[in-house]
Write a new protein. Structure first.
Length: 623
């Protein structure tokens, strides 16, 4: 309450912003405009940002998109929605629904579909139609290929409709089945579109019209790499007038839109709304086609040559410096054995990029297992408590053992005009947490931010595995088994269903060690472990809890028999195909029962151990 009162008295507004893929120039320019206005008017902006949809891995994307479920909207006065940067409609709609439910003033980019939001847009349809009409009327183009953006994206839909209407009004047909490539506004879509076209063996069109510059530039490069000249053999056009488009060879015919100005305008409109002032529901920004060399026109280059050289020099320097810093960070993270050593490596990286405000925020049980399910099935991805093993504050390093996840930051910001980026840390769908970088442009200008984020995530995941996995067998150690088996045990107690606990002890290990050496003993343990893994199902938990002792937990009355049949069959196969001078064998004991509220997993393990001992004793007596 005291912090909220302070903000009210100081009239400091907190804004949540949502964006995906900050490594593209489109969001960079808009964010740059937002940030300038925010700093000038003492607004705190928190960007919840991911790199989803880039690596084409749905499991990876589940972890990336978790960041959008983090914010607690009660702490925000307004929202900025760059949801046109999302290729995943489920994630985009989920964010929009949460912001609508929060009922806070909101401004959305390039979308007029929601009466709850104000919007800042350009007329995508009119300017794209003008560009296509130029190709038809000035350059005589008749056959076209189109490389689109995401099908559910409003901008992409408007541009494609303008393209189709321009052709239709000029009596030209378009073969959507063969000459349309459905992309996602990412640069690699241009490469794949040309690869697919070349494999199709279709005749070369007069023009490739692309829904943005990123795809157009890579498409143009791919065409030229295959001996197809632009514009002599084929025209290529884009949309956005990015730095690379302006300075490509040939210079790209494209659409110039005021990205920086639209960012400023969106933040200005939101600021007025948060202050209770009326604003137009829609703001339309002007855009214009830029006819350049890639369509055969001569570009009227009014750009300052010195400015181009300056920007290019900065980009080159950042690239070389970034690679050097990245290599140093990867090397340091690769040998980190605990979270303190991982934090040491991150601290050196922060110092190198001159970032003075950073927080590493991890889920409270990051060393264990924290699984997530799909966005549709689960309300929250983050536990109630977080931990911050590293807070880097202008050269001072500290940590916070625990803080509530709804607070977002481990320490509250008491100042204004702060720009913060919340970026997810995960390993596939397993949520590790996130980090926060404040008052630095690194996340939006660096091409290495995504790579660095993955490196940090992988290092944290590796450290967590050291704590829960057996180094010899690769299955859970005692700690990892206890953590994960308890989930199944508690579930069976809660749902009053049967659980099976199986105890396995390797037979004859001492003789193997004494006769053939400990290397063969380790090979025996590993072979038994592999057999156990093969006999287990994906929902079962197995672990090595002692030198030659293993425990398995599974659900249901019939689990123990199914497991034992699989285990014995696999063990028989291994022995049959083995050239070892000894036989692999193990004694198995199990207990299957419905656990009561006052039962414990340890008691079940002890009972299974006792059953195993009787089996082993019978074997010895038989021998």
């Amino acid at each position: 309450m005291e912090y909220g009162w302070y903000l009210y008295m100081k009239k400091v507004f907190n804004v949540a912003a949502f964006v995906c893929g900050m490594d593209e120039e489109y969001p960079y320019q808009i964010i740059h405009g937002i940030n300038e206005f925010a700093r000038e008017h003492a607004i705190n902006v928190s960007y919840f940002a991911s790199f989803g949809g880039i690596v084409e891995n749905s499991s990876f994307d589940d972890g990336e998109y978790s960041i959008y479920k983090l914010p607690n909207f009660s702490g925000f006065d307004g929202a900025l929605l760059l949801t046109n940067t999302f290729s995943n409609p489920v994630i985009r709609n989920a964010i929009i629904d949460k912001v609508k439910a929060a009922g806070i003033p909101s401004v959305i980019f390039e979308c007029k579909d929601y009466e709850e939001f104000h919007d800042v847009s350009i007329d995508n349809y009119a300017v794209m139609k003008k560009l296509v009409e130029h190709l038809i009327e000035v350059h005589g183009a008749k056959t076209f290929n189109f490389i689109s953006g995401p099908e559910a994206n409003p901008e992409a839909m408007a541009r494609f409709k303008a393209f189709r209407d321009a052709l239709s009004e000029h009596g030209l047909e378009f073969d959507e089945d063969k000459r349309l490539y459905k992309g996602f506004f990412r640069s690699y879509d241009g490469i794949r579109a040309i690869e697919e076209f070349l494999q199709s063996r279709l005749t070369l069109p007069d023009a490739f019209v692309c829904a943005n510059d990123s795809m157009a530039l890579t498409a143009m490069n791919k065409l030229q790499a295959n001996g197809i000249k632009v514009p002599e053999d084929v025209i290529v056009t884009g949309f956005d007038n990015t730095f690379n488009a302006r300075n490509s060879f040939p210079a790209l015919t494209t659409v110039k839109r005021p990205l920086y100005a639209s960012g400023v305008k969106a933040c200005e409109s939101l600021y007025s709304l948060m202050r209770g002032e009326e604003q137009p529901r829609s703001t339309i920004m002007d855009a214009e086609p830029v006819f350049a060399e890639s369509c055969g026109c001569q570009l009227k280059n009014d750009d300052n040559a010195l400015e181009f050289r300056r920007e290019t020099a900065i980009k080159i320097e950042r690239t070389y410096a970034g690679i050097h810093i990245l290599n140093r960070l990867i090397a340091a993270l690769a040998v980190a054995k605990n979270i303190d050593e991982c934090s040491d490596a991150i601290e050196k990286w922060l110092d190198a990029i001159e970032c003075n405000d950073f927080s590493l925020c991890l889920v409270s049980d990051w060393e264990k297992t924290y699984n997530t399910i799909s966005l549709e099935e689960q309300e929250d991805n983050y536990p109630a408590a977080m931990t911050a093993p590293l807070i880097w504050d202008h050269g001072e390093r500290r940590a916070v053992k625990s803080f509530p996840s709804k607070q977002l930051r481990p320490e509250l910001q008491m100042s204004s005009g702060n720009i913060s980026y919340y970026i997810p840390l995960h390993f596939g769908p397993r949520i590790l947490g996130y980090y926060i970088m404040s008052n630095t442009a690194f996340p939006i200008y660096s091409n290495h931010c995504h790579t660095i984020t993955m490196c940090i995530s992988n290092a944290i995941e590796s450290i967590s595995k050291l704590n829960v996995l057996d180094p010899l067998c690769g299955i859970y150690n005692r700690n990892g088994f206890n953590i994960n088996a308890r989930y199944i045990f508690d579930e069976c107690v809660r749902e009053k269903t049967a659980i099976s606990v199986i105890f396995i002890d390797v037979d004859g290990l001492k003789v193997i060690n004494d006769t053939y050496g400990h290397k063969e003993g380790d090979a025996t343990i590993l072979a038994i472990s592999d057999t156990i893994e093969l006999a287990c199902g994906s929902m079962d938990v197995c672990g090595r809890i002692g030198g030659d002792e293993f425990v398995i937990v599974g659900r249901g009355e019939g689990f123990a028999k199914i497991f034992e049949d699989r285990f014995n069959a696999e063990l028989e196969r291994k022995n049959k195909n083995s050239d070892k001078p000894y036989v692999l064998d193990a004694s198995i004991g199990h207990i299957t029962s419905v656990p009561e509220d006052d039962d414990t997993l340890l008691e079940f393990i002890q009972q299974a151990d006792a059953e195993m001992y009787q089996v082993k004793k019978t074997k010895k007596n038989h021998r």
